[in-house]
Design a protein around this ligand. Structure first.
Ligand SMILES: Cc1cc2nc3c(=O)[nH]c(=O)nc-3n(C[C@H](O)[C@H](O)[C@H](O)COP(=O)(O)OP(=O)(O)OC[C@H]3O[C@@H](n4cnc5c(N)ncnc54)[C@H](O)[C@@H]3O)c2cc1C
Length: 249
């Protein structure tokens, strides 16, 4: 009797799609504060024709000139793309000492920048029994987009740690949403540790500061024993480092 050939990893609820990598010239069309710690900047321009972002988990490279005239690049989530107007909105979490944050705070209509990518998309199924989305202000644009894109009524828990409690108002309201704001990364970890996760293979997506995300990954995989196929944890920035990105699970 021949042995069946088993796949090394059972098929999971994620799928990877590659995109042609383009760098596009854009101009600022609008700047809109969202609460006190977030700024939505909408870019437009003919080079955005054909822009594609298939997943809330996508990121683009944002190329800009800093206050000293040097070109810089940072990762940002395509929060919204308006196909008719060819306008792309990024949401900047404002903080001290960051070149991109400072650029956004000074952004004026007509300012120029460049957008690279997305290079690819990881598409996470939207028909699972429940979702947990957790992170800090840098994850908020992705979480907001996910809440808009998930089917209505899908049970979804959001655990959000941002400097300003009012920032959660930047998230869309939807039935089935259980939202909690946490005052610190430690409180975020405690909240995840103490969660009574529902039965069934829901999907857990987390993004934020590296040390906090490493703790969250351990809590989810080791303490809760969640299957790796149903957990995605990313470090979107690291205290003391510039332009940092790491996929942790
Ligand atoms: C895939 C991906 C998607 C992302 N999407 C978004 C998004 O949509 N919106 C968004 O705001 N950010 C997003 N980020 C995070 C963003 O790229 C980083 O926060 C980036 O470092 C900001 O650049 P900066 O020039 O302002 O600061 P940097 O020059 O990179 O860093 C300067 C200092 O500020 C610290 N720092 C960096 N970010 C923060 C922060 N948020 N709060 C406090 N201190 C910080 C650094 O540790 C460093 O000490 C994303 C990151 C990744 C990897």
């Amino acid at each position: 009797m021949s042995n069946p050939i088993l796949p090394l990893h059972p098929p999971g609820p994620t799928r990877r799609v590659r995109h042609e990598l383009l760098r596009r010239d854009v101009q600022v069309r609008h700047v809109r504060p969202l609460g006190s710690g977030l700024l939505a900047v909408t870019f437009g321009g003919p080079a955005l024709a054909g822009f594609v972002s298939l997943s809330f988990d996508d990121h683009v490279k944002f190329f800009f000139t800093d206050a000293d005239g040097r070109e810089q690049r940072r990762d940002y989530t395509p929060r919204h793309f308006d196909t008719d107007r060819q306008e792309l909105t990024l949401v900047f979490a404002l903080h001290d000492g960051g070149a991109a944050s400072a650029w956004a705070q000074g952004a004026q209509v007509g300012d120029t920048a460049e957008i690279g990518g997305p290079r690819g998309s990881i598409i996470i199924a939207d028909d699972l029994p429940w979702y947990l989305l957790a992170g800090d202000a840098t994850a908020l644009p992705a979480i907001a987009r996910r809440l808009e894109e998930l089917p209505a009524g899908t049970p979804t828990t959001v655990l959000l740690h941002t400097p300003h409690e009012q920032d959660h108002k930047a998230l869309p309201e939807r039935p089935g949403l259980n939202l909690r704001w946490l005052p610190s990364g430690e409180a975020l970890c405690d909240a995840v540790r103490n969660l009574d996760l529902p039965a069934g293979d829901g999907f857990i997506w987390c993004a934020g500061e590296a040390a906090c995300m490493a703790r969250l990954r351990d809590i989810l995989l080791l303490e809760h024993g969640r299957p790796r196929s149903h957990v995605k944890v990313s470090a979107y920035w690291k205290a003391g480092a510039t332009d940092f990105h790491e996929d942790l699970a």
